[in-house]
Design a protein around this ligand. Structure first.
Ligand code: GLC
Ligand code: CA
Length: 554
């Protein structure tokens, strides 16, 4: 397997609005990020993935961009950006930008022109269609509830928005759109950024003729039908030829609805498209009858089966992203671990061990390295995220669910769980801001915060630090082949890695009780690389609740 820096890196995702506020307006900003670079350097990460910082009316917190080449007012200026970039580079940290080009904001100048008349030169930058029998042109539902079409009076036509009505979809079949996007990307590369995380890039090639989709619920068709469209690989290859191949970048495609076969194309090791895919099958496993809005725990056997499929399926032919958390996912300790005082830290470390010892590039989402947990939401009024709010009203008002049936699921899965401010210390507002935070701080910050964890040797933070250091030390952690053990065990996640005669055994007890487990002969006098408990002997064959360890043998 070819060795490259982006395979050996650990990425840290920053959601700027919630990371650090430098000027007391309650909103995180670029200078806030710059002020925390030493914290990240100490953690040992190589790359920052910066969620969008471009000009935006913030209907979807920056994922609705009105100017790709300017900075959002609340976040600062282009000078602040340049300073952050050079300060990061000075510390050996790379910056990967979020590239949101499936759609723009409806306030982007391209859309303002496109909307203005049927024969505007930019009309065909977006999807405009006549209504069908006085209704939407097809049955597609938006990812954020309701129809994916919005009627526009100016020309008596509808436009397509797979996300919010303030996020109209760009028409990638139009070569002029592709050129605009590629030129804009080139200008960012010339500025010296280190890569792109490509938002919902699997959705850019819409099915020809925009046909109805299979019904996803009683109301709307499944807009997942737009994923992996006929021309998506052609467009990404063109982007690769015209932009990506000219620079040494890290590129990751957020690929909703990607299959293993498709992933092998997006992240092919010939390098004609992207470096890696970021896929969601494993974080969809705790959904249920109420779609993703369920309070079910993540079931371990299907999780093992799924992660194993991706580990083995891409080995040698493509490259995985390893993640449990991002700005769209609730906190993983609640989903897979135990948020109680007794087990929160142990289970957070167990989860981290399980993920960070796999093949792929690991992602740490801000606060994950502290074992941050979900927010105790009490009412729909506590939410800021449009996905959660829309889902609540659609499910209760249009689909007839009782609020008491659906609220717990929405509270449990809401993206706002990941978006509460970063918990820096135990001062008011967790040291995130001196003003009023845009989204409430989790009241547990007095207990869970960075200042306390950075100096405590056995903290979750220092455990992540060690995991990252191990990946930088042992090739086998980056490149080794993966093999699952005990596939049917509903509580133990055990796997091995192997590379040129070296071996790794990874053992994680995902239960809140003791389990028996004895490592195989070949590992018994191996070297323990890391463990989350140290008050017992591994070779006594007993695993404590959420115990995890890694043994290296050669
Ligand atoms: C991606 C982003 C998400 C955003 C959506 C629309 O899934 O991660 O936050 O809402 O795309 O841009
Ligand atoms: Ca601010």
């Amino acid at each position: 397997m070819k060795k490259t820096w982006w395979k050996e890196s650990v990425i840290y995702q920053i959601y700027p609005r919630s990371f650090a506020d430098s000027n007391g307006d309650g909103i995180g900003d670029l200078n806030g990020i710059t002020s925390k670079l030493d914290y990240l350097k100490n953690l040992g990460i190589d790359v920052i993935w910066l969620s969008p910082v471009y000009k935006s009316p913030n209907d979807d917190n920056g994922y609705d961009i009105s100017d790709y080449e300017d900075i959002m007012d609340e976040f600062g200026t282009m000078e602040d950006f340049d300073e952050m970039l050079s300060e990061a580079h000075a510390r050996g940290i790379k910056i990967v930008m979020d590239l949101v080009v499936n759609h723009t904001s409806d306030e982007h100048k391209w859309f303002l022109e496109s909307r203005s008349s049927g024969d505007n030169p930019k009309r065909d930058y977006y999807f405009w269609r006549e209504g069908r029998d006085g209704k939407e042109p097809n049955n597609w539902g938006s990812w954020f509830s309701g129809s994916a079409w919005k009627y526009d009076e100016t020309t008596d036509m509808y436009y397509l928005h797979l996300f919010s009505p303030k996020q109209p979809d760009l028409n990638w079949d139009n070569p002029a759109v592709r050129k605009e996007v590629f030129d804009m990307m080139t200008r960012w590369c010339e500025k010296g950024i280190d890569g792109f995380r490509m938002d919902v890039i699997s959705l850019i090639s819409k099915p020809e003729g925009l046909p109805d989709a299979p019904l996803m619920n009683e109301l709307y068709g499944d807009c997942g039908c737009t994923a992996n469209g006929a021309h998506v690989h052609e467009y990404i290859q063109e982007m690769n030829r015209k932009v990506l191949s000219k620079y040494d970048l890290l590129t990751v495609g957020e690929t909703a609805c990607v299959t293993l076969e498709e992933a092998k194309k997006y992240a092919n090791s010939e390098g004609t498209e992207l470096n890696m895919v970021f896929q969601f099958e494993h974080v969809g496993l705790d959904g249920g009858e109420q779609f993703k809005w369920s309070t079910r725990k993540m079931p371990l056997v299907p999780l093992k089966e799924n992660l194993t499929k991706w580990q083995k399926g891409l080995d040698g032919v493509a490259w995985n992203s390893l993640f449990f958390c991002n700005h769209d996912q609730p906190r993983i300790v609640n989903r897979l671990g135990d948020p109680s005082d007794e087990l929160r830290e142990t289970s957070a470390k167990c989860i981290a061990t399980c993920l960070h010892m796999m093949q792929g590039t690991p992602y740490v989402y801000q606060g994950e390295e502290l074992g941050m947990v979900n927010y105790p939401f009490r009412s729909v009024k506590d939410f800021n995220d449009l996905e959660s709010i829309n889902a609540y009203y659609e499910l209760t008002e249009k689909m007839g669910w009782k609020p008491s049936e659906i609220f717990p699921g929405i509270a449990c899965k809401s993206r706002d769980n990941a978006r509460t401010p970063m918990q820096w210390d135990d001062s008011p507002n967790a040291g995130f801001t001196t003003g009023k935070p845009w989204l409430a701080v989790n009241p547990n910050y007095v207990k869970i915060n960075a200042a306390e964890q950075v100096i405590r040797e056995d903290s979750v933070y220092n455990y992540y630090r060690k995991l990252i250091e191990l990946r930088h030390t042992y090739d086998i952690i980056v490149y080794g082949h993966y093999e699952l053990q005990l596939a049917e065990d509903p509580e133990l996640f055990v796997y091995t890695r192997e590379l040129d005669g070296q071996k790794l055994l990874v053992v994680c007890n995902f239960s809140d009780h003791e389990r028996e487990f004895m490592p195989d002969e070949e590992f018994r006098d191996g070297k323990v690389l890391i463990r989350n408990l140290d008050n017992n002997n591994i070779l006594d064959g007993i695993l404590e609740p959420y115990e995890a360890y890694v043994i290296y043998a050669e």
